[in-house]
Design a protein around this ligand. Structure first.
Ligand code: GLA
Length: 384
């Protein structure tokens, strides 16, 4: 990502003046999928791909926003009724509103932004955009009085209130709190976190992008969350202490089997397993036991595909190829319904795996998967 590129477009599009420039990354997640809104653990890290935005207050009460990548311009006011219809602009509008709700006196500004996180690939391009603006508005209008936890919540609330996705906190948290070379073990209930240096000797992490996006992903996502809440409601009758599925175990799930739908049961079975898998992976990482880490990743893929049903044919295909090639761990990453697999692969198998995956995918689907090497990087920041 290139500041000069964004700056040149900002100058050209507006009045020739420069502003302040901010950046926030997308994320990967080693393990812990759909556990965040269940109060469980996740294991993300920020990546070297993200969003960059330049902003300059314009002395009006209007935001003038230019998407460099989409060559699209939108202008909107800052009151609740001013919500723009264009989807990318709703993220910026939502962040403005959520900052205003938290007492920041956001005024009009000119802005241009661009990014290199692939859209819809499960690397959280939207969280990168939200975090960039939350961080920027806090700096420009809020004297940096909003802390980083709250900045992450601003992005999450933007998704909930302005974009229709009832997401958890993982993506925004990773984007704001990322640290070069470290994954973050985050307890999504307490928001306690720990940076976990991740340099697996002899292994590489690589993403394979199916280049598939599924249209109904956000409504399907919200439905998964409802299933989890239904099961918690049923469990609460006997176990009032259960606040999230994180507090549950398989015995408790068996108790409510007759009271919940077969579908909700499967969803909860996956989540209960996944909460435990994150803890198992942490333990394995502490011992440098990457074989166990990888085995857990395959288990996650199975659960996401067969129980949570958020995989798709193309992702399952790439997962099978990984297994065939002897890749240590592989699974669908992020919300699912398309996007990437994340693969933990031994150095010496890397080239053969990538070549085989490309060839087989091309043969089956007529297109190449995209390949992204993972570089774990810093979170939200001001560039100049
Ligand atoms: C999306 C959401 C996150 C999380 C993941 C699945 O990325 O935004 O909150 O739920 O899906 O782990």
């Amino acid at each position: 990502m290139d500041i000069e590129f964004v700056r040149s477009r900002f100058i050209k599009h507006f009045d020739g003046l420069t502003g302040s420039v901010y950046a926030s990354p997308g994320r990967i997640n080693l393990i812990g999928e759909h556990t965040d809104y269940n109060g469980g653990f996740v294991f993300p890290g920020a990546i070297d791909k993200g969003m960059i935005a330049e902003l300059r207050p314009n002395g009006t009460d209007k935001v003038r926003a230019y998407s460099i990548d989409m060559k699209d311009y939108v202008e909107f006011g800052l009151n609740e009724e001013d919500a723009p219809r264009t989807s990318w602009a709703r993220y910026i509008f939502g962040v403005c509103r959520e900052m205003i709700k938290r007492g920041v006196e956001v005024k009009g500004f000119n802005t241009a932004f661009a990014g290199d996180v692939p859209l819809g690939a499960g690397m959280s391009s939207s969280a990168a955009l939200e975090s960039t603006y939350a961080y920027a508005l806090n700096d420009l209008f809020g004297e940096n009085k909003i802390d980083k936890f709250e900045l992450a919540k601003v992005g999450q609330a933007t998704e909930h209130n302005y974009c229709g996705v009832k997401c958890g906190i993982m993506d925004q948290f990773a984007s704001v709190f990322g640290k070069e070379g470290s994954l973050i073990r985050l307890d999504c209930r307490s928001l306690e976190y720990q940076h976990f240096p991740f340099k697996p000797e002899g292994y590489r992490l690589v993403l394979l992008d199916t280049v598939v996006k599924h249209e109904l992903a956000s409504s399907a996502y919200n439905k998964r969350r409802e299933s989890c809440e239904n099961v918690v409601a049923a469990m609460k009758q006997r176990h009032p202490e259960v606040e999230f599925l994180r507090d549950a175990n398989m015995a408790m799930l068996e108790e409510v089997k007759a009271e919940v739908s077969a579908e909700d049961y499967m969803r909860a079975e996956y989540v209960i397993g996944e909460v435990q898998r994150v803890l198992d992976v942490c333990e394995a990482l502490e011992k440098g036991d990457y074989e166990t880490v990888g085995a857990k990743m395959y288990e996650t893929h199975y659960g996401m595909s067969k129980l949570y049903e958020v995989s798709c044919e193309e992702l399952d295909f790439l997962n099978d190829i990984a297994r065939e090639c002897g890749v240590t761990g592989s699974r669908v990453m992020g919300g699912g319904f398309g996007g990437c697999t994340i693969n933990l692969v031994k150095e010496e198998l890397y080239d053969a795996f990538i070549a085989r995956a490309k060839e087989a995918y091309k043969e089956k689907y007529g297109k190449l998967p995209k390949v992204y090497d993972v570089v774990i990087s810093d979170g939200s920041r001001k560039l100049c």
